[in-house]
Design a protein. Structure first.
Lengths: 622, 313, 506
């Protein structure tokens, strides 16, 4: 494998260039964004458009109803409400921006420095944060008022300081998270100055969350300004939304309309800011998901299989359509049973027929599994092999009824021991999962709940599913831990997931999967994430258990070595279809489909073993 | 854990000290002619000077603060310069009111936010949209408007609750409920919005974790997985935001106190600070700082209890 | 505690400024003669009679303490703790005869010596009204039921003073107590329940079983809640959480009546401009009577009354109240709204190009008032330059730091009013402006007989109006709401009705 050497000039994540474009594609995002732009324009040009002097009072206009000359009527001092609203927009927006800028400057700079350098600055900043949080804002505000008089600007600067911890925390967390990323290390090694690293790499990463937080803080600043006016702590020399709202509130019974306009301005602006923040977050979260998926694809690329074919990655409509045409007419090549396979005559435990799995997305439905059929008999190990994104894991999840959100079985049937599962209810599934089908996942660490001990995670299903007493469940769990080769079961039982190694964790997961004595085990790449030496041991455990309990097993893998090791039968999947299926020897020796051949060729080139994972993937990513 | 708590308490003591220095300095700078304010303008200058000397107002800042500090360290926060009331009595009475509504609002918003956040995260689709929209609206409408409408509907028209005033729990538990219910609801709105968003986010995050699928594959129902495993993992961030909300409400309760004519700490803060009633303000500052320190400590301990990876150090 | 202690409970502005809203331990509604729940704008600072105030804070003291004399709704002064009183020939020695059947709630008896101690404490005390006693030379208590007050000069308002805070009498034994400020001991109709009371927000009283005058004890208990916020007060009214509430403004009278309440009214305060710097020490322009008159012509009083008080009040150009001897109906419209005349006068005075006057403003008095004033002044060429001194509003005004200001002041009886805003030493004459003619009038009133006092007061009033010492806008209606079960009689001389004058209806 060619290690990808990180160069200093690795581009940092490029999620932002099109953030705005993607944002405005979402209806809520577009509307919010448009409204904010509108408010901004009013803030800039509003006072010029105002038909009257916003401070010009007229006795005749006191609490006047709306009229042709005065579109929104007059306020309690007989000033034109419309003109005031326009002028107040400028002041209120400027005030909110002032608070925001102050909070940003303090919070982000302190967060960057504290997060990047740690050390004393870190503890001083944390302490300062606690200080700002503990000091009653009102006392500071009133004291400042007593000294310099009422000023909306001073108030907003004070609240900017008070709000700065929000940015500080955000920046600090983000910076501590990325400062040890490889590309930052690389930049450091290559001799980039701290200043450049912070401005080029780190600031870039925290930019998006800061923008989101800014929207929230801006709306809080607007609310605070209104609140101060309500308390009579405002600055009456300038028109503000809060001042107008307070005027309306005081005259709520005499001129109820008066309160409407500033309320609308405040509420709509706040709503727009929050919705905009939400929309931005959603857009970004999506970016993160896509990135994570790609990362896995790359990880797989370092293994044996996918390297030989083009990674399809996230299946999109268009590429899929092309494959559809190409593969539509293709029926799987079926190898006849050889003697050894024919000898397995246990009843069929799992029967999947013409299974199709689709996902509902914003753009309609996308099908990822296009008609898969396979049977597994008792005691038989059926390998499902293919590259990432070929639909093998989706097939496995469909059988378990654990498709991710939006996914469902569109047609076809899944029959397990005579029970139809393809449209089974959650309750029916709950009765079958765990008790009669076990599942072994791919990544051992992420599949254990970090907040609970190993023991409690093993005991809970035994008690809930099998109704064992606490004592019996504990004994059984300890025995299983022993069986899967864990040296000190009691210690592991009491440990939290982060306290054990990946190999141990995978053994724990295997123990969990077989703990309820299921008839079928679905193992999804059970060894992929493990070191080579550990892989073999875990496979041994798996094989031993399978034989001992005479379980059926659906083994999802991309590794022909594992197939050769464990399987009786194998189905090769490509792009959501089974292209070739048959007894394992037959496939190995007489592969007919070119895809199968290429997969087999890959093993011969590289050998079944894979290099340890995780060395270069982080750096290799983009 | 004990060393951790002790260390945090020690740093808390330093914090409270520094805050009292800052607060006293601010009050000193913004004080104006406090003795004149106490006595009114008809008093002669000699009387005012005499009063100023009696209160130590003629002393330099450091000496004034030192006097206050030495008494405070002996547990004597003094008496209000204006009403002669013991600071400890005055502040604790007001604190009970504010804590009643702030703790109430924190609990209510925590429960509602968890229900809404989990609902939005699990169901997705239109339920998610509705929950998000409702919480955003709650966030965007000024609290005193919400309070006003609550009063109009539930106190004035339906007579279910009280429109004004506070009845201590010890006087009448049912009266207490009647007097704090509306303020708590009014305070909760914005907090629910913020916490529900956080809960939704963390639950979504936790739901996407692999172990959720694995736990379900063991035959645990979705509800069980969500309420036992997902919530526990999502609990850390939610708790953190809840603590921030609590502290924010402590300061923000004044608007609700004003609308409901509640004798709370916020109102006392504004009154005492404007008047320059330094002993009262310092009492408030100290109490608030201690509450913040304790809440932060409790939250950290709770975080550690929730998440075994967190080490208390 | 935004409370601004001012000389004379007189300063009605404290009422309007009372956004100080502490809050209320709201009481329920009454049941006939059972419990009376009142709403007040302000909380008392201390319940020590020597630090007491009147005006909106009167009920807290009146519930616990008796005054020496009583002011009635009819505007007369009647016996109370003192049954008889008389002046000597030159009005400098006042002799009071006390009741002999009065005991304080701690069991001690009312005696001449107790009264002497009370009056002396008040004189030396921290009450903003302590200055009322500045003219007292000595106080003697020759026997158990007699008190003799010797004045250094006649004070025509002294009897009136004794109906309010300076006349409050507390138990001498309680003066030693540490908690005098929060645990008052008097002889009044009610006793403060210190356990149920929350200082600053809710004051709970029980009936005094041994009261000497049970005829005025119409209730078994009394609760006074502080409702300083207009909306909160209105909510309390609508929800029926009080029997009587002092209304901060006239903004929501329709709503109050809509809730089935009665609005009881008096006219106690005037609102308008105080043209304080008549000497021209800070702003020479104000030394010119034409400039001061221009101010008076600049305001459209009728329109201001409509805009700011929803027409609840009477326009006027004089500062003396209708009940005073000095009052002259003709002076209510001495100046009319005439901006052209105002400009003319300013031009004559040499300010045709404009004049800038600095004034204090307060967010607490409502922004609308200041905005409208500055607009009206701007229309005639006067620029109002506002500064918001925050909590120091009155202190700065009286320092003096401003040549003129908008203000709301209580209109007291003749002599009291003169001492409050006209005399060279008056509190609201902070520049100590003197006019020989005014001094002469004052002299005549102080030492004249009653008939002279009345006629000279009228002359003084006319002179002050002509000289435009003030630019009053209107006498504003003071409003007190009572629910359907309660009646009250308003006092012509105080913002808050007397406790004795509340009665269950029917």
């Amino acid at each position: 494998m060619t290690a990808i050497t990180p160069t200093p000039d690795i581009p940092t994540p490029q999620a932002h260039a099109s953030l705005l474009r993607r944002l405005v594609k979402r209806p809520l995002g577009a509307i919010s964004f448009a409204f904010i732009v509108f408010v901004g324009l009013v803030a800039i040009f509003g006072p010029m458009l105002a038909p009257y002097d916003p401070n010009k009072a007229s006795l005749q206009l006191v609490l006047a109803p709306p009229s042709a000359e005065h579109l929104l009527g007059g306020d309690s001092a007989g000033r034109d409400v419309f003109s005031r609203l326009l002028a107040a927009t400028q002041v209120s927006v400027a005030a909110a921006l002032l608070a925001l800028v102050v909070a940003l400057m303090i919070g982000v700079i302190a967060g960057l420095i504290a997060g990047y350098y740690r050390g004393w600055f870190d503890s001083v900043s944390a302490w300062f944060t606690a200080l700002v949080m503990s000091l009653p804002g009102l006392v500071v505000l009133l004291a400042a008022r007593a000294v310099v008089g009422p000023s909306v600007w001073i108030s907003m600067i004070i609240f900017g300081v008070i709000l700065s911890p929000a940015f500080y925390r955000l920046t600090y967390v983000a910076v501590t998270a990325v400062r040890n990323e490889l590309y930052v290390d690389a930049a450091r090694v290559s001799g980039l100055s701290d200043g450049r690293i912070i401005s080029r790499h780190i600031l870039y990463v925290v930019r998006a969350p800061i923008i989101i937080q800014s929207a929230i803080i801006a709306s809080i600043a607007i609310a605070i300004q209104a609140g101060l006016d309500f308390l009579g702590l405002g600055d009456t020399s300038l028109p503000t939304w809060g001042g107008m709202l307070n005027d309306g509130f005081a005259n709520i019974y005499k001129a109820p309309l008066l309160m409407l306009w500033p309320s609308l301005a405040i509420a709509l602006t706040s709503i727009a800011l929050v919705l905009l923040a939400n929309a931005m977050r959603d857009v970004l979260e999506r970016t993160v998901v896509v990135r994570r998926r790609r990362r896995r694809a790359v990880a797989t690329a370092t293994g044996s299989v996918a390297a030989v074919t083009t990674s399809i990655g996230a299946v999109t409509g268009s590429t899929e359509a092309a494959l559809d045409d190409e593969l539509a007419a293709v029926k799987p090549i079926e190898h006849r049973d050889d003697d050894r396979a024919a000898a397995r005559t246990g009843e069929v435990v799992l029967s999947v027929t013409d299974l199709r799995v689709g996902y509902e997305t914003d753009k309609g439905s996308t099908e990822v599994v296009h008609g898969v059929s396979l049977d597994i008999r008792r005691g038989e190990v059926h390998g499902l092999i293919g590259e990432s994104g070929s639909g093998k894991t989706q097939t496995a999840f469909a059988v378990l009824g654990l498709l991710p959100r939006g996914g469902r079985i569109t047609t076809g049937s899944v029959e397990y021991e005579g029970v139809r599962l393809d449209h089974a209810s959650e309750r029916e599934f709950t009765a079958i999962r765990g008790r009669r089908i076990g599942y072994i996942p791919q990544e051992p660490m992420s599949n254990l709940d970090p907040s609970f001990t190993i023991g409690s995670q093993l005991v809970e299903p035994l008690r809930v599913g099998l109704g064992l007493s606490k004592k019996a469940a504990t004994e059984k769990a300890l025995a299983l831990l022993d069986r899967v080769g864990i040296p000190d079961p009691k210690r592991t039982f009491a440990a939290y997931p982060h306290e054990i190694s990946g190999g141990m964790a995978q053994r724990v997961l295997i123990a969990g999967a077989v703990s309820t004595d299921p008839d079928l085990i679905i193992a999804d790449e059970p060894t992929t994430a493990l070191d080579v030496t550990v892989q073999a041991e875990v496979l041994d455990v798996l094989r031993g258990l399978q034989e001992e309990r005479h379980m059926a097993m659906l083994l999802v893998t991309h590794n022909f070595g594992v197939v050769a090791d464990l399987c009786d039968r194998v189905s090769v999947m490509q792009a959501g279809r089974i292209v070739e299926t048959g007894p394992v020897r037959s496939i190995f020796h007489h592969a007919e489909h070119p895809y199968t051949e290429s997969l087999l060729a890959a093993i011969l080139d590289e050998g079944p073993a894979r290099p340890p994972l995780g060395l270069s993937t982080e750096g290799a990513l983009r | 854990m004990l060393p951790f708590v002790l260390r945090r308490l020690a740093s808390g003591v330093v914090l409270v000290f520094v805050i009292s220095v800052i607060a006293y300095t601010l009050l000193y700078l913004g004080g104006g002619d406090i003795a004149r304010r106490i006595l009114g303008q008809s008093a002669t200058q000699e009387t005012v000077d005499q009063k100023a000397a009696e209160l130590g107002l003629d002393q330099p800042l450091f000496a004034q603060f030192w006097d206050w500090l030495t008494s405070a360290l002996q547990g004597d926060l003094g008496r209000s310069w204006f009403t002669g009331q013991l600071v400890a009595t005055g502040v604790s009475g007001r604190l009970a009111v504010t804590l009643s509504i702030v703790i109430g609002a924190t609990l209510v918003s925590a429960i509602v936010a968890v229900v809404l956040g989990v609902l939005a995260a699990r169901r997705g689709g239109w339920i998610d949209s509705v929950v998000q929209f409702v919480t955003v609206i709650g966030f965007a409408i000024p609290g005193f408007l919400i309070a006003l409408y609550l009063v109009l509907i539930f106190a004035i028209n339906l007579h279910w609750f009280k429109a004004t005033g506070y009845i201590p729990f010890t006087t009448s538990p049912s009266g207490w409920v009647a007097s704090v219910t509306l303020p708590i609801i009014a305070l909760s709105f914005a907090a629910i919005a913020a916490v529900a968003q956080q809960v939704r986010g963390s639950v979504l995050d936790a739901l996407s974790r692999d172990y959720v699928r694995t736990l379900r594959s063991r035959g645990l129902s979705m509800n069980r997985v969500v309420y036992k495993h997902v919530l526990r993992n999502a609990g850390g961030p939610a708790l953190a935001i809840l603590a921030l909300q609590f502290i924010g409400l402590l300061g923000g309760a004044i608007i609700i106190e004003r609308v409901f004519a509640l004798p709370g700490l916020g109102q006392l803060t504004v009154e005492a600070t404007s008047a320059g009633d330094i002993p009262i303000v310092m009492g408030i500052v100290i109490v608030t700082a201690i509450i913040v320190v304790v809440v932060n400590l409790l939250i950290d301990i709770a975080q550690a209890a929730l998440n075994p990876k967190v080490r208390l150090s | 505690m935004l409370r601004w202690r001012t000389a004379a409970a007189a300063v009605a502005i404290t009422g309007a400024l009372a956004l100080t809203s502490c809050a209320a331990d709201g009481g329920g509604s009454t049941d006939g003669g059972g419990n009376l729940t009142l709403g007040a704008i302000l909380a008392p600072t201390t319940l020590d009679p020597a630090g007491s105030e009147w005006g909106n804070r009167a009920p807290y003291y009146q519930a616990v303490f008796d005054t020496l004399l009583l002011a009635t709704p009819e505007g007369t002064i009647e016996p109370w703790l003192a049954t008889e009183w008389s002046y000597n020939e030159d009005n400098t020695v006042l002799t009071l005869t006390l009741r002999d059947d009065v005991t304080f709630s701690d069991g001690s008896k009312l005696t001449g010596d107790v009264v002497k101690q009370n009056l002396e404490r008040f004189k030396a005390g921290t009450s903003p009204d302590a200055g009322y006693f500045s003219g007292i030379a000595s106080i003697e208590a020759p026997d158990e039921t007699t008190v003799v007050i010797t004045l250094s000069a006649p004070d025509p308002a002294m009897l009136n003073y004794l109906t309010r805070d300076p006349g409050l009498i507390g138990s001498a034994e309680s003066f030693e107590s540490e908690d005098l400020a929060t645990n008052p001991v008097g002889s009044g109709p009610y006793i403060l329940d210190t356990d149920a009371t929350v200082t600053g927000t809710s004051y709970v009283y029980t009936k005094n079983p041994d009261y000497w005058n049970p005829d005025v004890q119409h209730y078994d208990g009394l609760t006074i809640n502080v409702l300083g916020d207009a909306t909160a007060a209105l909510n309390a009214i609508k929800a029926g959480e009080a029997n009587g509430v002092k209304l901060i403004s006239n903004d929501n009278l329709a709503e109050v009546e809509g809730a089935g309440w009665t609005v009881n009214a008096n006219e106690l305060d005037f609102q308008g401009m105080l043209l304080l710097d008549r000497a021209g020490t800070m702003n020479p322009a104000l030394n010119d009577v034409r400039v001061r008159q221009a101010f008076n012509y600049a305001f459209d009083r009728e329109a201001l009354l409509t805009a700011l008080q929803t027409d609840h009040g009477t326009v006027t150009t004089q500062v003396f109240p209708e009940t005073s001897d000095a009052y002259d109906p003709a002076l209510d419209d001495y100046y009319t709204y005439d901006p052209d005349k105002a400009k003319e006068l300013l031009a004559e005075a040499g300010y045709g190009d404009g004049l800038t006057v600095s004034m204090p403003s307060s967010t607490l008095l409502g922004e609308a008032t200041y905005t409208l004033i500055s607009q009206q002044l701007a229309d005639v060429g006067i620029t109002a330059e506002y500064t918001d001194p925050g909590n120091n509003f009155i202190a700065d005004l009286l320092a003096p730091k401003f040549p003129a200001s908008f203000m709301a002041l209580e209109q007291n009886p003749d002599w009291q009013l003169i001492q409050f805003m006209i005399a060279p030493t008056a509190v609201f004459n902070p520049f100590h402006y003197e006019d020989p003619k005014v001094n002469e009038y004052i002299q005549q009133i102080q030492f004249g007989d009653e008939a002279t006092q009345a006629s000279v007061a009228k002359e003084l009033n006319t002179y002050i109006v002509e000289q435009a010492w003030f630019a009053p806008f209107y006498r504003v209606q003071g409003s007190y709401g009572t629910d359907a079960n309660t009646t009250v009689e308003m006092l012509p001389t105080n913002a808050y009705p007397a406790i004795y004058d509340f009665q269950p209806k029917g």
